[in-house]
Ligand binder design. Structure first.
Ligand code: CU
Length: 196
């Protein structure tokens, strides 16, 4: 009895035989081979990135009620900004609303893994940090999360890149990246009522 694997091999063999019987111009054959190699290259890059560098599309969908952010445990006004959790992870929580990011300015350490969490309190916004690979949409009703590390100190603007209304071009914030040794964790390092 044939196994599924050998059946598959036979199908591929048949396809190859059929392919060889079709007349294809040698130049066309070359271009088919080049196209397949390019596709193979990209699939290879995606596979290597996924397996060895942990680069995957976001699969975690986290919802939140945009209308009651101020009453929520995590995004209440007191909990916004930079915080260090019990495990020592640096988490930055920001709310986007027409036409600003709250808080307007944050200090974060360089060379340290950071987790940014954004929510929108009204319409669709975006967040983009020029000269870095950080960019995401902030969809009302969902939490947008990005993990990143800034390699060196500096000032980074944080811009809204989704048109959100007449004041859209004034919607920006600022991130100061401070040398790791000069950065001090904020005194308040506990999120009230956060579920662990
Ligand atoms: Cu905007």
């Amino acid at each position: 009895m044939q196994t599924e694997f050998s059946k598959g091999i036979n199908i591929i063999k048949d396809l190859c035989v059929q392919f060889n019987t079709i007349h294809i111009d040698p130049l066309e054959r070359k271009w088919i081979a080049i196209s397949l190699m390019i596709v193979g290259l990209f699939v290879g890059i995606i596979t290597i990135d996924a397996l060895f560098h942990g680069i995957n599309p976001p699969s975690k969908v986290e919802t939140i009620d945009s209308a009651s952010l101020h009453l929520s445990q995590e995004f209440a006004e007191d909990n916004l900004g930079v915080q260090v959790d019990d495990k020592g992870a640096v988490i930055i929580r920001m709310v986007a609303g027409r036409y600003s990011f709250f808080p307007k300015h944050v200090d974060v350490p360089a060379e340290t893994p950071l987790t940014f969490r954004w929510v929108s309190m009204d319409v669709l916004h975006g967040v983009h940090i020029p000269m870095t690979n950080m960019s995401t949409m902030i969809v009302p009703g969902y939490v947008a999360e990005i993990s990143t590390t800034f390699p060196k100190p500096g000032e980074y603007p944080l811009l809204c890149n989704e048109y959100c209304g007449l004041g859209h071009n004034h919607m920006w914030s600022n991130i100061s990246v401070i040398a790791k040794e000069d950065w001090h964790a904020p005194v308040k390092s506990h999120v009230k009522g956060e579920q662990q």
